[in-house]
Design a protein around this ligand. Structure first.
Ligand SMILES: Nc1ncnc2c1ncn2[C@@H]1O[C@H](COP(=O)(O)OP(=O)(O)OP(=O)(O)O)[C@@H](O)[C@H]1O
Ligand SMILES: [Mg+2]
Length: 212
């Protein structure tokens, strides 16, 4: 069973958005049996699943902040959404559970500063420091042609891990969140730009570079 975690200690960086869209990608596009484990007591991913209509492929929800992480036996892939402010022991424990980590970062001075601190800790944590867990960063909620996006890009390129894609700031993610779907399950005429932006991330996730 493959495992992918979306992680960043900074609140509001897009962890739940990326986690739910990834779950939708594997369930809808890849027809896999997907489990979505939410480690955040806020329960954003679980709320997303509740909003999801039965006509869409089923995704098994686990409220991992309060129940054991026991996915069904036939699960092909587990996607994990995590809370903000994780550090120290809690971070080590979370990292121990996964092969692949995606860190979304927003283009703002506060987010970039917080990400610099977080990456320093993450890259020296347990399995990540031993390269048994692979990490990539993505820029999220970006408006092209802004100065701060250039600053973010420059920062992400300085990290010694892959900077795999940039996702734009669009209402499509808000609409998807409301309906319990991912952009993969929306009309291509509406989301084609976003699908293009997800492609490099999907490619990285398919490649050996994202797996220990
Ligand atoms: N690319 C995007 N374009 C537009 N809105 C976005 C984008 N990514 C995230 N958002 C919105 O930003 C808000 C925060 O995103 P999200 O809840 O995914 O972050 P989070 O890291 O899970 O936050 P928390 O730390 O509170 O769990 C949400 O309202 C979400 O819909
Ligand atoms: Mg969240």
């Amino acid at each position: 069973m493959r495992s992918i975690m979306v992680l960043n200690a900074k609140g509001g960086s897009g962890k739940s958005t990326i986690a739910t869209n990834l779950a939708s990608y594997y369930a809808w596009e890849q027809e896999m049996n997907v489990a979505l484990a939410d480690f955040d007591p806020q329960g954003s991913s679980i709320a997303w699943l509740k909003a999801r209509d039965e006509k869409w492929p089923h995704i098994h929800g686990i409220a991992a902040w309060q129940e054991p992480l026991r996915p069904p036996k036939d699960t092909d892939i587990i996607i994990m959404d995590t809370p903000a402010r994780v550090k120290g022991k809690e971070l080590t424990t979370l990292v121990r559970r996964v092969e692949t980590i995606i860190v979304p970062v927003l283009p703002s001075p506060i987010d970039i500063r917080a990400a610099a601190d977080f990456m320093k800790e993450l890259l020296t944590t347990g399995k990540v420091s031993r390269k048994e867990t692979k990490v990539a960063v993505i820029a999220n909620r970006v408006r092209e042609n802004t100065l701060i996006y250039h600053t973010l890009k420059a920062f992400l390129k300085t990290l010694k891990i892959p900077f795999v894609t940039t996702l734009r700031d669009t209402q499509n993610y808000i609409r998807a969140e409301e309906r319990g779907v991912g952009i993969f399950e929306m009309a291509p005429s509406q989301v084609w730009q976003d699908l293009e932006q997800w492609e490099p991330l999907i490619r990285w996730l398919r490649s050996k570079r994202s797996q220990p």
